[in-house]
Design a protein around this ligand. Structure first.
Ligand code: 5GP
Ligand code: MN
Length: 329
């Protein structure tokens, strides 16, 4: 069953009753995780005397340009809150140690998300799987509140929308997504800056990783795959972004319907990053592997060696290709 509940009024009442709010998001944060969290933070600091925002490890370098990115706490070991808001995380585990600490020290939890695989944790749901990003859910909530929308709110929210839709290119983009973007731009968000610093930017060392990983590329049964081994990752800290770029590029290959990058976290733990063309569902495979995501962009972390995990996952993806049908209209 898909959780689809947007209890805007209840969520707004919880915010207005709170003297202290904690905002958390998912580990290995991407543009939507940080964008939705900072959009909320910059909106709520005007409403609530004490707002904290935290994610394990802090903000990735490429998102430091966002207003108040330096307020994001990388470690959370103290504090009590009336309200915790979890954004862009489809399950509790995804919020990491910050989420675990926050849940134990907050009276109420708002679950704000846009993943169809959301597990329904928390007390108040603001979950809309019909929109392209968690930032768009925050935008919709803002519309219901009538709160002030300034550039510090608009810029992170547009960043979430732009990065999760890969520049308005995924099938999740609806007319409402463009209307949201238009309104955020009219409140000072810069599409040019966001695009230049997120989608159109990568350090050379990431290309260096690709150089080492590309010989592992294989295409079979409509599935294109690549491995990024520990040795390939020498000198790279910005893992999340490195995988993202490669799997998105592989998905463009005409002969593939599904793309996957297997990245070694350790010799016995592999991160899966999956993408598909419209009409093919990788989220079921991600769920079966203990992860989650969207039909066309999913992920999971699996125990086992690279060879073991490939042997388990590739047949499932080949099956997903068989069950699907290219749907580009
Ligand atoms: P990425 O390939 O960029 O890491 O992730 C793509 C999508 O899958 C994102 O929407 C992300 O939230 C989801 N995802 C990635 N890894 C995991 C995971 O380990 N667990 C869950 N629940 N979702 C994941
Ligand atoms: Mn998202």
């Amino acid at each position: 069953m898909t959780l689809n509940q947007t209890n805007w009024t209840e969520a707004t009442q919880a915010v207005e009753a709170a003297q202290s709010i904690l905002i958390v998001t998912h580990i290995s944060p991407d543009g939507d995780a940080i964008g939705s969290a900072l959009g909320l933070y910059n909106m709520l600091i005007k409403k609530c005397p004490s707002v904290t925002v935290a994610v394990d490890g802090g903000v990735p370098d490429f998102l430091e340009f966002l207003p108040h990115a330096d307020h994001i706490r990388p470690v959370l070991t103290d504090g009590e809150w009336d309200l915790m808001i979890s954004t862009d995380a489809s399950d509790e585990e995804r919020t990491g140690k910050a989420g675990e600490y926050g849940r134990a020290h907050s009276k109420t939890v708002i679950n704000l998300d846009h993943h169809a695989t959301n597990t329904g944790f928390g007390d108040i749901y603001v979950v809309n799987p019909d929109v392209a990003s968690a930032a768009e859910v925050v935008y919709q909530w803002w519309k219901h509140t009538g709160y002030e929308l300034d550039r510090n709110v608009a810029q992170p929210l547009l960043t979430g929308i732009v990065t999760d839709t890969i520049g308005f290119r995924t099938s999740a983009v609806k007319p409402g997504t463009l209307l949201a973007a238009q309104e955020l731009m009219s409140h000072g968000a810069s599409l040019t800056q966001i695009t230049a610093l997120t989608l159109d930017s990568r350090p050379y060392k990431v290309v260096d990783v690709w150089k080492r990983a590309l010989p592992s590329v294989e295409l079979a049964d409509g599935v294109i795959s690549a491995n990024i081994t520990l040795a390939d990752q020498e000198n790279v800290e910005d893992r999340e972004r490195m995988e993202y770029g490669l799997v998105g590029w592989l998905r463009q290959v005409d002969e593939s319907m599904v793309a996957i990058v297997f990245t070694e976290d350790t010799p016995n733990q592999i991160k899966l990053s999956m993408r598909s063309k419209r009409g093919f569902d990788v989220s079921k495979v991600a769920l079966a592997m203990g992860g989650g995501g969207h039909q066309q962009a999913s992920g999971a972390t699996v125990q086992g060696t690279l060879a073991e995990v490939r042997a388990k996952v590739l047949p499932l993806l080949a099956q997903a290709v068989k069950e699907g049908k290219l749907d580009i209209v």
